[in-house]
Design a protein around this ligand. Structure first.
Ligand code: FDA
Length: 301
């Protein structure tokens, strides 16, 4: 499915099918910064923390990378004005701020976003993209952390290298989001079978939870959430020393149940009009999401 999604004919059909909008609404807060702030406010009122993602990736034009940076600065200012920065941070894809064009452009843009986050009193997490960008993203992370020590990273358990990366990043003050990984990766670098990815996730969890950093456990998988809570309990980690994360629109009842138990739960909330790549990854990772899409098509039909 991820291969097909790269074809421009498929992209045209999905982007312009009227039904796509109703499916997008389940996973995306809306097009505008006002939608992002409104959704953050509603989630915060229920005790949920938020990481806002201004949608867009693989930017090929400088002006576009700069517009994305400006959009992040604007949303951070708006969060501060609405007194929401205690609840919400932002997630940034380096490819959206120019990584493929020029590394120094991406670093400058990321710094501008970090400055705005610092003014607002919140944090930034660098999303992780396909494996060809892992080294450069971790390099940029190191560079940013010398000025903004609260910048977080994402590691993907499907990559063979990730256990070692977890060990490197399990130090005091380090914020690491652990997810399974959402890109179509070759066998040479990534586990291909679900059980292997899950086993790797468990090993990475142990390393992060036994370490001294702040683990951000990003999964909807009930057995991995249970394992994380058990490991945290064994290690006598206070609930404030780690958090659980899930995507907007995915297992919302579970998100609220976990908050009810006194856990910190952060919802990853995408907003903006460039939703195509994000939606395709959500459809590809779960047959039930494709069924949801097809049901919407049938209902409209
Ligand atoms: P998976 O999709 O394997 O599902 C496992 C089980 O979870 C299912 O069998 C089911 O029991 C349950 N489940 C899942 N969805 C459900 C649903 N809708 N309803 C009921 N049960 C459901 N990826 C990446 O490459 N780079 C990144 O930067 C990020 N960032 C990120 C942030 C956050 C907060 C999250 C939650 C995820 C990401 N991801 C990501 C995406 C991640 O890599 C992965 O693709 C998805 O989270 C799906 O993997 P799961 O761990 O949820 O399990």
């Amino acid at each position: 499915m991820l291969n097909a999604s790269r074809r421009s004919s498929v992209r045209r059909v999905v982007e312009h099918a009227p039904v796509s909008r109703s499916v997008v609404k389940r996973f995306v807060a809306g097009d505008s910064v006002a939608d992002a702030v409104r959704t953050t406010k509603a989630l915060a009122a229920e005790g949920l923390s938020v990481s806002l993602d201004h949608l867009g990736e693989d930017t090929t034009e400088r002006a576009h990378a700069e517009a994305t940076t400006a959009a992040y600065v604007e949303v951070l200012d708006r969060l501060a004005k609405a007194d929401l920065s205690r609840w919400a941070e932002v997630s940034v894809k380096l490819s959206a701020v120019g990584q493929a064009l020029d590394r120094s452009l991406a670093v400058d843009n990321a710094r501008e976003i970090c400055d705005a986050a610092s003014r607002a009193g919140t944090t930034v997490t660098l999303d992780m993209e396909d494996h060809t960008t892992t080294d450069s993203t971790l390099d940029v992370l190191r560079e940013l952390r010398s000025d903004f020590p609260w910048v977080g990273a994402v590691l993907q358990s499907y990559l063979h290298r990730t256990e070692a990366d977890c060990a490197d990043l399990a130090y005091e003050g380090s914020r690491v989001r652990l997810c399974k990984g959402a890109y179509n990766e070759p066998e040479s670098v990534a586990y291909q079978r679900r059980e292997q990815v899950d086993e790797s996730y468990l090993r990475c969890l142990e390393t992060l939870l036994r370490g001294r950093g702040y683990p951000m456990i990003a999964t909807h998988d009930p057995k991995l959430v249970d394992a994380a809570l058990a490991l945290a309990g064994e290690g006598r980690r206070p609930p404030s020393s780690y958090e659980l994360q899930m995507l907007y629109g995915v297992r919302p009842d579970e998100q609220r149940r976990l908050v009810g138990e006194g856990r910190t739960v952060r919802v990853y909330v995408p907003y903006g009009s460039e939703w195509y790549g994000y939606l395709m990854r959500r459809l590809a990772e779960r047959p039930a999401n494709v069924a949801f899409f097809l049901r919407a098509v049938a209902t409209r039909g």
